[in-house]
Design a protein. Structure first.
Length: 185
């Protein structure tokens, strides 16, 4: 392995640390955080490509190529069905109890499931932000990908209770592979 490849794996671990220690609503951690090495990135990319073809989603195909070309990938998923218990109404229901009842009746979409507690989704966003900040501090090229999270859930690479997940592939090359990409439809 090159020093850059070794460094990317270290950065991925530091990103996982940053996500885990990010603030959480009511101090409850509902996140699932995983680091994928190159071999598993290839599997994730293959599944994402298949999903892109099955659902005719061009950017899934573009993102699959990026993930396949990555040295590592951080997955962050969240159990959004676990309400914060503050009856804030952010989920669209008056009480957390109403939210839980609705969740039991909900039919999942092909990609993510819901409804989701807005506090848990905020926790997920803060964790993702903390992770990419850590990547930036260490000069690791990265991109937050909703599409990669879809494929990760589909492959069972995150806990089955994770209703929403994101993938953050990582690279260290002379040019950032995640920008100036071909457009998709």
């Amino acid at each position: 392995m090159t020093p850059e490849q070794n460094g990317i794996l270290v950065v991925a671990d530091l990103m996982a640390l940053a996500a885990r220690t990010a603030p959480k609503g009511k101090g409850i951690d509902a996140l699932d955080i995983r680091v994928l090495a190159k071999k598993d990135c290839k599997k994730l990319a293959a599944r994402l490509e298949r999903l892109g073809k099955e659902h005719n989603i061009g950017f899934f195909l573009r993102d699959a190529k990026n993930i396949a070309d990555s040295e590592a990938c951080l997955l962050i998923g969240c159990d959004g069905s676990n309400p914060a218990g503050i009856n804030c109404g952010g989920c669209g229901y008056t009480t957390c109890a109403d939210f839980v009842k609705a969740g039991k009746k909900a039919k999942p979409s092909p990609f993510f499931a819901g409804p989701n507690c807005v506090i848990r989704m905020a926790d997920l966003g803060i964790a993702v932000g903390s992770a990419v900040k850590t990547a930036q501090v260490h000069n690791a090229d990265n991109r937050i990908m909703y599409s990669g999270g879809v494929a990760a859930r589909d492959l069972g690479l995150v806990d089955k209770n994770c209703l929403v997940a994101y993938a953050i592939p990582l690279s260290a090359t002379g040019k950032n592979i995640y920008f100036d990409r071909p457009s998709s439809h």
